[in-house]
Design a protein around this ligand. Structure first.
Ligand code: SF4
Ligand code: SF4
Length: 161
């Protein structure tokens, strides 16, 4: 098989993923879609689907998976892993295929670090917003997040993402 063809379609892709820590169960996925139904990212962008990514891995679509920007959309919240009837640990699979995508040159190590910084900042911002909600919880009607706006915008400006 020519190298280019092999990159686009690689029957060993699923074995490579299964060999990663947490990737062992991927081959028993029966495509029920429970993971996608509970995914908070799918909720805001329907193009992102863990079920579909697993399907692509099982079909050997190595290049399509590793080069796709959707790879970076996962929040690694592990909701999918918690409800999977086949015990597929998709959060771990996602971590593994990100490392593979960097090792195979589709993305740079700097970009991987950048996404880690984004994740950390997102967690900090969530805490700020929850604290703001707690401060305003006694008010009637909608919870205002305006009291957090200043600190949130300051954090975004200072963050090195
Ligand atoms: S919930 Fe589990 S078995 Fe169902 S599609 Fe997702 S990974 Fe596959
Ligand atoms: S770990 Fe990723 S794919 Fe799984 S539910 Fe969370 S965001 Fe979705």
């Amino acid at each position: 098989m020519a190298d280019e063809q092999k990159k686009a379609y690689d029957p060993n892709f699923k074995y490579d993923v299964a060999a990663q820590p947490g990737g062992e169960q991927i081959k028993v996925c029966f495509s029920c879609g429970t993971c996608t139904a509970g995914c908070p990212v799918t909720d805001v962008d329907a193009r992102y689907s863990p079920r579909k990514i697993i399907r692509q891995i099982l079909l050997g679509q190595r290049e399509a998976v590793l080069s796709n920007e959707l790879l970076w959309y996962c929040e690694t919240c592990y909701t999918c892993s918690a409800y999977c009837p086949q015990n597929v640990k998709f959060g771990d699979v996602m971590r593994a295929i990100r490392e593979m995508a960097v090792a195979e040159g589709y993305w740079t190590p700097e970009f991987l670090q950048r996404v880690r910084n984004v994740d950390r900042l997102a967690h900090e911002l969530r805490l700020d917003l929850v604290r703001a909600a707690l401060r305003t919880s006694s008010e009637a009607g909608a919870v205002s997040i305006e009291s957090a706006a200043e600190v949130v915008s300051d954090k975004i400006k200072k963050a090195s993402v």
